[in-house]
Design a binder for this molecule. Structure first.
Ligand SMILES: [Zn+2]
Length: 241
């Protein structure tokens, strides 16, 4: 199934699907356009989140983070965007030092926090987020979802993600539903772009599962056959996790 969808994605290149009834939230970008070229579109922030790690695009060197909170009733109580301060502070650290974020966390009980990033947390930020989660027992659930895994060949970054999971934090790749929740409707975009974004999301999902569940026991991490096999084998784990 995984290989079939990849084949379809190749076949779909160049086809434009027009859906006039749907609102276009994020401008559809042609396959040869780099993320930098999308700067003139209506929402740069979402474009960077959406395109980081997609094959054929230049990856941004900044981290974009959307933090949202829901009350125990499912009501939205916080929504704020953060970016890193280059060479000074990572986006996660900027958020953790933010007064509005701190006020929202301390003022509510039984909250669910969702962090959406273009890159998964580095090892230092993973430690900070784990400490934050463990020190605030009023957080019912902390979900961290991302477009792409940050420097995941480095052991310390893998270790950071495993520590977060062991602390009870939910880690996940982006998918159509999570994109919709942050304001991106994939259905409103050209099908060739959706294919490329979906392929990146599936790759991130496969690699994340590899990091969390199987990476240490893997002998041949570089072969694409193993990669596809692992991706499909662990697909169901992520959905029900
Ligand atoms: Zn970091």
């Amino acid at each position: 199934m995984y290989k079939t969808s990849r084949w379809n994605s190749k076949q779909g290149q160049g086809q434009i699907q027009i859906r006039p009834a749907l609102t276009i939230i994020v401008r559809a970008v042609s396959p040869t356009t780099t993320v930098e070229d999308t700067y003139h579109s209506e929402d740069h922030f979402l474009n960077y989140l959406l395109w980081t790690g997609v094959k054929g695009t230049k990856w941004p060197n900044r981290t974009y983070l959307i933090a949202t909170m829901k009350s125990s009733y499912g009501e939205g109580i916080f929504n704020k965007r953060f970016v890193n301060i280059p060479s000074i502070k990572d986006a996660e650290a900027v958020m953790l030092c933010d007064d509005d974020f701190d006020d929202a966390v301390t003022a509510h009980h039984d909250i669910e926090i969702t962090l959406t990033l273009n890159y998964s947390p580095c090892s230092k930020c993973a430690d900070k987020l784990r400490d934050f989660y463990e020190n605030h027992r009023n957080i019912r659930n902390l979900i961290i979802q991302f477009s792409f895994l940050y420097r995941i060949r480095e052991e310390k970054n893998q270790f950071g993600l495993r520590n977060l999971r062991e602390a009870g934090v939910t880690l996940q790749a982006m998918n159509a539903n999570s994109w919709r929740e942050v304001g991106v409707d994939l259905e409103s975009m050209a099908s060739s772009d959706v294919d490329r974004i979906t392929e990146r999301d599936e790759d991130t999902e496969g690699m994340l599962n590899k990091v969390l569940f199987t990476y240490e026991s893997e002998q041949d991490q570089d072969t694409s056959d193993d990669y596809d096999d692992l991706s499909s084998r662990f697909h169901s784990h992520l959905i029900f996790w």
